[in-house]
Design a protein around this ligand. Sequence first.
Ligand code: THU
Length: 136
Amino acid sequence: MPTPIPEPILEALIEAAHRARQNAHAPYSQYLVGAAVWANQQIFAGCNVENAAYPVGICAERGALAAAVAHGATAIDALVIVAQDAASPCGMCRQAIAEFGPRIPVCLVSATDGTRIHTDMGTLLPMQFSLSTAPP
Ligand code: THU
C-alpha cells in the first residue's frame, strides 16, 4: 500500500497539476500533461513541452522535478500527474523521479472523469538503477 498523501496537500497538488496542464505545449500530440511535486513543503509544477524536433520535448514530470531541484527542494514527498486518462509516467520519468526516493507516493489523475489512482515509485519502478548499489 502506498503511503497516503495528506488530503490538503493532495488537493493542492492536483490543482497545481491541472493549472500547469493548461499551459502544456503539445501541438504535435495534443496530449496535455500536468505534474506537481510536494518538495520541502512546497509545490512545484510542470507541463509537457513538445518541440518540432520531437525528441527535444520534455515530459511534465521531469519539468516539475527540475523546477523543484532548481529551488533546492530535493526532499520529494509526493507526485501528482494529471492527464486525460490518469496516465502512468513513462519509463524515463520513473527513473528520474526514483532518483529522489524509491517509495515516493504518486497519484495519477484523470482530467476527464477525475479518477484517481494511488501508487508509489516502488510499484512503478521496482529494482531501479542506482549507483549506490554498485560496487566501488
Ligand atoms: N508525456 C508526459 O508529459 N509524461 C509522461 O509520463 C508520458 C508522456 C508527454 C510527452 C508528450 O508531450 C505527450 O505526453 C505524448 O506522449
